[in-house]
Design a protein around this ligand. Sequence first.
Ligand SMILES: Nc1ncnc2c1ncn2[C@@H]1O[C@H](COP(=O)(O)OP(=O)(O)OP(=O)(O)O)[C@@H](O)[C@H]1O
Ligand SMILES: [Mg+2]
Length: 257
Amino acid sequence: MTRTLVIANQKGGIGKSTSVVNIGRALTEKGYRVLLIDLDPQGGLTAAVGVDSFSIRRSVYSLLMYENAPLARLMRLINQNLVLVPASIDLASAEIQLASKGDQALRLRRGLERNRTPFDYIVIDTPPTLGILTANGLVAADELLIPVQCQYLAMRGVRAVIDTYERIQRVLNPNLQLLGVFATMFMDTSPHAREVVAELRSVFGNQLLNTIIPMADVVAEAPVIERSVLDYAPQHPASLAYRQLTQEIIERGASSQ
Ligand SMILES: Nc1ncnc2c1ncn2[C@@H]1O[C@H](COP(=O)(O)OP(=O)(O)OP(=O)(O)O)[C@@H](O)[C@H]1O
Ligand SMILES: [Mg+2]
């Protein structure tokens, strides 16, 4: 059975796309077949794996807009067992084009249901907003992961994602579960970072994943040469953290089934 995960937080630049790339890569290291889907018109995920979202003609846009778009034609092979459905810049207009349609938030889900795929995991990246594109991700997925940057006031943003999650779960996708919240960009030297983790633990309890992703230059350098940090610096603590986080994701899914 395919597990479909969505990564969301409307705060920008907190490691969503980076986490999608590296969790995806860690899953393939374990032999899983993984499909990544980029729902962000800015194409952060698409760029991170070396695809130019400004020059491509086929993207997730087609899947959202056209009912006969074959998913297989939108896919790009990134690595053995790692496939991307990229974002293109025209996705920015999809939000307006979909606004008049009654099934505006169901488009991705229906697109995936029409096109059964042989993947073990689908991991969906979302833009830093809580609009129609992110709603499509939340409706298409079974499980939500919320990355939180270990920074002062981080919690303010988390509340908005949780509210959206609860609304979507109530109205559009009763199957959606909060798989977990995880801390990213943790700086050892920052007292705020520790406070944020402590606060996340007191608010989310068991829903806070144990792994903390450290702030590390190698994580930001890896996409420049179009690789995951797991390929770029396989033994770096940040790579080990993404592997460990992925192991937690695998185990939590197994225990809830
Ligand atoms: N653990 C980390 N350590 C250092 N840099 C990081 C880390 N995680 C992400 N970055 C860098 O921070 C920037 C923002 O990360 P990323 O693009 O993953 O965030 P995002 O939440 O997807 O942003 P957006 O909301 O704009 O889509 C990128 O330059 C990325 O390389
Ligand atoms: Mg992003």
